[in-house]
Structures are given as C-alpha cells and as structure tokens.
Write a protein that binds this ligand. Structure first.
Ligand code: IPM
Ligand code: MG
Length: 386
C-alpha cells in the first residue's frame, strides 16, 4: 500500500448487492479523480454468486484476494429461497460473511445511525420524539457471543417417557425430538477490547456511552458490566450508563436522542442496530465498518451495508444504494486514512438528499420537492456531487 494507492476487494454478493455495489464503485471512481488517489478495485464472487461460480460461498480465490487487499467492500449475501437447499454450514451467511469476520479478527462493528432533518418523515417516530435529530453510533462486538460460541449444534434426543403408575401394562413411550444449542460465551479480553473501541468512539462524539447487557439474567451480562466498569476508569471524560437490553430497545423508541454511543455484544447489537436503522428512516441508509486490530497504523476492515439482500426488490433498480456508498466512505476513513475524501462522500450524500433525491424506501408524497428515483440515478446524483 503506497501512500495514495490502495487495493480493494469488492464482493457484491447476492440480491441487491450487485446493483448497490455498482453505485458505490461509481462514487469511488469520482473520488479517485478528485482526490488523486488510486483504488485498485478487484471484484470477486461471494455468497450464492460464489457457489454458482466456484461451488463455495467463499471461493478460495475470493479469500486470497481479500488477504491481499487493504480492505473489503462487501455487498450482501444469502437468499432465503435457496439457503435451505444446502447444509447450514455451507450457507452464505455462515460460510462467507461470518467466516470473513472471524478469519480477519474483525471484532469491532461500527454502525452510525443518523436521521437527516429532511428525512424526518421517513422516521416512524412522531417529530417531537426526534428532538434535534437522531445521531448515534452502535458499537457491536462481532466475533464472539452466541454467533460463534461452542457447542453450537442440533442433536437428536431420545427420551424414555416416565412410567405412569396408573398404567397397568407399564408401557413406555420413547420420545424422539431435536434439541438446538447455541452457546453465549465471552471472555474478559474480548469484552475489554470492544469496550475500549466504544469509549474511544464516545470521546470523539458527545462523550456518552450506554452499555447494553442483560445482567439481571445472564452470567455474560454480569461479566460484561464488570469489565466495562473497569475499562471506564481509563476514560473519565466519558459518561457511562448501563441499560438492560429490553429497556434499551424501549428507550430507543421513547427517547432516541438520549443515545450517543451504544455498546453491545454481538446478538444484542444485531437486533438493536436494525431497530436503530428504522429510526434513521430505512435500513437502506445504514452503513457499517467491521474492524480488527490496527497494525502499524493500518486497520484492515470489511465495509458493508447493515441491511440484507432484499431479494423482493433485487434487479429492479429500486434499492437504496446509500448504505453501500456510505460504507465505502467509512472504508476511506478507517482503513486508508483519507478523511477528506470520506467527508466528500458524506457531503455528496447529504447534497443528493437535500436536492430531493429519494429511492422508494425514503420517499414520501408529503415531502415537498422530493423526487422518486432509482438506484442508478441516486448513484449518479451522489457521484456528480463529489
Ligand atoms: C448483520 C446481518 C448478519 C448478522 C447476518 C446476515 C449473518 O444481519 O450484519 O447485521 O447477523 O450479523
Ligand atoms: Mg443484522
């Protein structure tokens, strides 16, 4: 990686992945021209596209490409119609996305949630609950917890029914049923490192961190809270607050502007970040960065929209490409240190929205000046504003 030349693996995947990726690449090309950087972007198949091309959700060549890149720009994978037709270990979510997260140690997932003023109508909450606007960051632990804990299995249980004393023949029934096991497990070092990410992020924002747990029920919650308290001593300038996850979900609906950084374990972060996305108007607006350790000032990362493949609207030029485009901005910022270029993308997205550009998910006929446009027109408008 020379000072202004970077290698990007672009894995578009399935469903709306390819169309939103095309728009992000359009915007990145505009950035290259304007900021004098070279992005060596190589596209490769992943998910069902990988299975169809090379028999695996994460083909070996795609994995090699990722290893030789400075960052991965990821679309989305998985097709609910096709997923059940192959063994669960081979399905795109596990075999491609979760594997990439694990292999590259991408333990810190950042999901910024902002509701621009012009999209207030797209937020399901009443205007008075939106305050001065919603602006929060979900920091989600991404390589631990129930997603990866062992044992993780479904087994057949054979149980002899207890003998009924009333039953003269003393018959025994044999019951057979399946039992599914997922294991929630966290170690102190895992909690510690994600807590540091959360506090550091809060220091750069409004200096408040809400740590989410279920310490009233789960062993994991008790340990989570203890470790977060300990890490907090290093960040006296950040106000720490703890919240049970059920209350957190409710507070996001009642008073979302109280949140600055929300720190979550893997599963809670998955759920609450979708809830947060609804506040931001649409899942199609929510980018994410999945980061590992920083070595020699370089942070390898995987950048993807928080939403899924949306097969119902795939291939129809209806999808909102903004989450993918904002994810590419996060890539420039976190993996390449190109803050100015990243800010230019953020600003171009804001301009397109101010100019009234709306894909269907954020369109409202009550919104004066709004124009309903397709995926590629949205990409054009943002690229033109770079
Ligand atoms: C997300 C997604 C993934 C997750 C799925 C696709 C495996 O929902 O990134 O939030 O659960 O982490
Ligand atoms: Mg999710």
């Amino acid at each position: 990686m020379s000072e202004n030349s970077f290698n990007v693996a672009a894995l578009a995947g399935d469903g709306i992945g390819p169309e939103v990726m095309a728009e992000a690449l359009k915007v990145l090309r505009a950035v290259e021209g304007r900021f004098g950087v070279t992005l060596n972007i190589t596209e490769a198949p992943v998910g069902w596209a990988g299975i169809d091309a090379a028999g695996k959700a994460l083909p070996d060549e795609t994995f090699e490409l990722c290893r030789n890149s400075n960052a991965i720009l990821f679309g989305s994978v998985g097709l609910p119609d096709r997923d059940p037709t192959i063994p669960k270990e081979e399905r795109p979510e596990r075999a491609a996305l979760l594997r990439l997260r694990k292999e590259f140690g991408l333990f810190a997932n950042l999901r910024p949630v902002t509701l621009p003023k012009q999209l207030a109508h797209a937020c399901p909450l009443k205007p008075e609950r939106q305050g001065e606007g919603i602006d929060m960051l979900v920091v989600r632990e991404l390589t631990g917890g129930m997603y990866f804990g062992q044992p993780k299995t479904t087994e057949l249980v054979t149980q002899k029914d207890s003998v009924n004393p009333e039953d003269k023949k003393k018959t025994r029934r044999i019951l057979r049923y399946e039992r599914a096991i997922d294991t929630m497990v966290y170690t102190e070092p895992e909690i510690e490192r994600i807590a540091h990410v959360g506090f550091k992020a809060a220091q750069l924002r409004r200096k408040k961190l809400t740590s989410i747990d279920k310490a009233n029920v789960l062993e994991n919650g008790i340990l989570w809270r203890k470790v977060v308290e300990r890490v907090a001593k290093n960040y006296p300038d950040v106000k720490l607050e703890h919240m049970f996850v059920d209350n957190g979900a409710m507070q996001m609906m009642l008073n979302p502007t109280q949140f600055d950084v929300m720190l979550c374990e893997n599963m809670f972060g998955d759920i609450l970040s979708d809830e947060a996305a609804a506040l931001a108007g649409s899942l199609g607006m929510l980018p994410s960065a999945s980061l590992g350790n920083t070595e020699a000032g370089i942070t390898f990362g995987l950048y993807e929209p928080a939403g899924g493949t949306a097969p119902d609207i795939a291939g129809k030029n209806l999808a909102n490409p903004i989450a993918q485009i904002l994810s590419s901005a996060m890539m420039l910022r976190y993996s390449f240190g190109l803050n100015e270029a990243a800010n230019a993308i953020d600003a171009a997205v804001s301009k397109a929205i101010s100019d009234g550009c709306r894909t269907g998910d954020i369109f409202s006929s009550h919104d004066p000046g709004a124009r309903r446009i397709g995926t590629s027109e949205m990409g054009d408008a943002i690229a033109a504003a770079i």
